[in-house]
Design a protein. Sequence first.
Length: 354
Amino acid sequence: MTSPSDAVLMITDSPLEASPPAARWPAIARVEPLGELGKIDLSPYTAILVDADLSNTANIDRLKKSLLALERTIPRYFLVAEGRRVEIVQANVLGAHATEPRPLTADGLERLLSSTARQSLKEMLDSSSAAVAQAASRALGTAFEALRTNTSFDSASVAEASDTIVDSVGTDGLGQWLDTVRAHHQGTYQHCLLVTGVLTNFAQKVGMSSADISKLTTAGLLHDIGKATIPVAILEKPGKLTPAEFVQIARHPLEGYDYLKAHANLSTDILAAVRSHHEYLDGSGYPDGLVASQIGDLTRIVTICDIYGALSERRAYKPAMSPPEALAILEDMSAAGKLEPALVRALRGAVEAA
Ligand SMILES: [Fe+2]
Ligand SMILES: [Fe+2]
C-alpha cells in the first residue's frame, strides 16, 4: 500500500463496501466515510478526493468545516454527476482543483492526478448552461406527457431541474439564461423556461430564503403544465384566438392544478400559483375571477413574471420585447389595478440588477 506521505485520501458518503478498494487504485491510500471527516488529520495526504452528494446541505457543511481550513496547496478533487450543475457549483465553492464525472474510472483518476490534464471548472460551468436548460426541458417534457396521459408525476426530476436552474441563474445571471433558452427551445417549453428564470432571478435579487427561491422556481416550471391538454395548433397560433379557442386555452390553469393536486406532493401555495396565475387583483382574470384579497403573494409574483416572460419570448412571428418595453407594459397593468405595484417595482429592480 502506498504510504500516506504520497497518497490520496478518499472521502465518501457511500457505504464503504461500495467504495473502490485501494488495491484497485493504489494511488488511493485510504477511504474514509464522510461522517469521520472531522476526526481525520488531512495534512499528510497529497490530495483529497471527495465522492459525496454535493446537493446535500449536511454533506456540504461537513466538507466546508474540514476543507476550508486545509492548506490550499493540498489539492481537493470532487466526483460529480455529469451535467449536474448544483454539484459542480458546490465543488467550486469547496475549492475544487478539478472534478470528474461519477463513477470514478482508472482514467478519471489519472486525469485528476495529472496536473496537465485538469479540466477547468470554469469551462465545465460554461458548457453546462445549455445542459441545464436541456435537462430542465426534458423534465418538463416528462411532466407534460405525464399530465397528458394522467400518469404519475416524477417529482425528483422536477426538483433536480429546479435546483440546477437556481444555480445556473445565480452563477451566470438572468441574461445568459434567457439567451440560452431563446436559442435552443421553442413554444411552450421556451415560455416555461423563460418564466422560471425570471422568477428565480426575482427571488434571488429580492433576497428570499432558499426555500422560497426553490418554491418559486418549481412554480415557474409547472405553472403552465395544464397546457399539455391543449392542442399545439392553438398554443402556437400566431394570430388572435377565436372565442372558442380562448375557452380551450383558459382551461389550462385548472387542468394543471387538478393533475398536480392528485399526483404530486406540492405545497398549497405552489398549487394555488398553478391554478391562479391568470387572475388579476381587480377580478378580471380567470379561471375563478378572484380579487386581491383572495390572491396570495406567491401567485402574484408568478403572474407578474409570467407576463414578463411571455413578452420576452422570441417567436417566428414576433421578436423578443426589450426589458424596458416589457416593464412598461407591466407598469401600465399595475396602474390599471391588475397587478401589485410594489411587486412590479421589485421586478424592475431585479431585472435591472441582472
Ligand atoms: Fe398560463
Ligand atoms: Fe405562462
